[in-house]
Ligand binder design. Structure first.
Ligand SMILES: Cc1cc2nc3c(=O)[nH]c(=O)nc-3n(C[C@H](O)[C@H](O)[C@H](O)COP(=O)(O)OP(=O)(O)OC[C@H]3O[C@@H](n4cnc5c(N)ncnc54)[C@H](O)[C@@H]3O)c2cc1C
Length: 407
């Protein structure tokens, strides 16, 4: 087990600087353009692939860090650059988490490299759980997966909504879909499936126009008699049958397809929120030292200086929660008190507050598009909504600390 340490090692410092430079030199300059156009930043994704940042090798290397801290460092720097572009590049990792969290070693070896492709043949991945009537309430999924024994195929039907990278066909895109195999068992009857790129029957429905993270593609995914080989069931049929049998007997089943993915990814979502919050804090601090009102820089007013002190304190506290959860996850420690949810919850709310305070510190300049803080505020809001709303995170923590199934 790796000791928990706040002292970053040489490798981590190097990666942090490398990603920061990419965020500063490549992402930030084009961020307002993609926010305005609301398009996938293909040239930036290509550049990230070219330098090896968007690659299976890099992500595997980062996953292998036993301290657990390299991933949050990478996400914080990327989102310091721009959260929408960062998600356009690393939204794939959600699909990857779905495969790593539920797949066999053979499936992980086969499908995860497929999610990234190569610099000359970029692929993406999406993780599709949410449906029009099943967002927070994942147990209400209507998408069905039915096994066709004659052909050893699974047949999927349903509609997924708000899916990051959902339905993209410009490049081969791997979809990891959570569907109900036995709807009566609610979430215990769910399973995860890999839908290989180009599978007939999978198409994109509505592409959504959003308030923030506008460079990240969000769309419906329609599954119309999608047939996939039996080997695309993550974890394999034998394990699924055993799990369903246990659930039918009323025995506990530890694996719930969507939940195991979200557990692993929530602290990293928190790290993204910290990147936005830090960007806003740094911008507001610099502005407050420059901007003169009543004959002195506005930071010389305690009303402004104390806002900045609070922003810094909350950002640092959020980072400590995120790093703790990432370290626990990397070292196989169970989240006894909802530590993963706690970190995402706090970081998301800090980002919303910090970006709003940044607008306030800039005054009128904060409200117009000449400065990036209004965009950062719009971008921050999703962090209290996706991968579990703030209310749902509080529910997870409350249940964990009380041992009670609070409804
Ligand atoms: C930009 C974007 C990207 C997304 N990407 C993905 C993706 O890649 N894959 C994917 O599967 N999904 C994705 N989502 C979906 C996202 O995870 C859901 O929107 C989120 O989980 C909330 O579900 P909902 O929108 O149905 O809200 P609802 O569940 O309808 O909730 C509405 C409100 O009620 C509250 N609420 C609900 N139940 C309770 C309760 N029991 N107690 C207290 N309050 C409650 C919620 O907190 C919220 O405030 C994305 C969404 C967006 C907007």
């Amino acid at each position: 087990m790796a000791d928990f340490s706040l002292e970053l090692n040489e490798d981590q410092l190097q990666i942090q600087k490398w990603v920061h430079d990419f965020a500063a030199d490549v992402i930030r300059p084009v961020a307002p353009e993609y926010d305005q156009r609301e398009e996938t930043p293909w040239p930036v994704i290509e550049e990230a692939a070219k330098i090896g940042l968007y690659s299976w090798e890099f992500v595997a290397n980062v996953f292998a860090d036993r301290t657990g801290l390299t991933f949050p460092l990478v996400f914080e720097e990327m989102c310091w650059g721009d959260a929408g572009i960062a998600l356009a590049i690393f939204g794939t990792t959600l699909g990857v988490s779905g495969i790593v969290g539920n797949g066999t070693p053979e499936q992980i070896a086969e499908w995860v490299p497929e999610c990234f492709g190569t610099p000359d043949d970029i692929h993406l991945a999406a993780f599709a759980v949410s449906e029009p009537d099943a967002g927070s309430d994942v147990s209400s999924l209507r998408t069905r997966a039915v096994y066709d024994e004659a052909t050893d195929e699974w047949v999927l039907n349903g509609t997924k909504t708000w899916i990051t990278n959902g339905g993209i066909t410009k490049v081969p895109t791997v979809h990891v879909v959570v569907a109900a195999v036995d709807p009566e068992l609610r979430s215990r009857g769910h399973a995860s499936f890999v839908i290989p790129p180009g599978t007939p029957g999978l198409s994109m429905g509505q592409k959504f126009s959003k308030m923030g993270i506008r460079a990240s593609h969000t769309a419906e995914v329609v599954l119309d008699d999608v047939r996939i080989p039996g080997r695309c069931l993550l974890g394999g049929k034998e394990k699924l049958d055993e799990r369903l049998a246990r659930a039918r007997e009323g025995k506990s089943t530890r694996v719930q397809a969507a939940m195991s993915t979200f557990e692993a990814s929530r602290p990293l979502v928190g790290a993204q929120a910290i990147g936005i919050a830090r960007a806003a804090y740094e911008y507001a601090l610099a502005y407050a030292k420059e901007r003169v009102a009543f004959g002195r820089p506005i930071i010389m007013n305690q009303a402004i200086a104390f806002k900045l002190a609070d922003m810094k304190m909350h950002i640092d506290a959020a980072r400590l929660l995120v790093w703790r959860a990432c370290w626990m996850a990397a070292n196989g420690k169970r989240f006894e008190a909802g530590e993963g949810s706690m970190s995402k919850l706090y970081a998301g709310e800090v980002a919303v507050r910090a970006t709003e305070e940044a607008i306030q510190i800039l005054g009128g300049a904060g409200y117009v598009k000449d400065h990036p803080v209004e965009q950062w505020h719009r971008d921050s809001k999703i962090y209290t909504i996706f991968e579990g709303t703030s209310e749902i995170q509080r529910l997870v923590v409350a249940r964990a600390i009380s041992g009670l199934h609070i409804p």
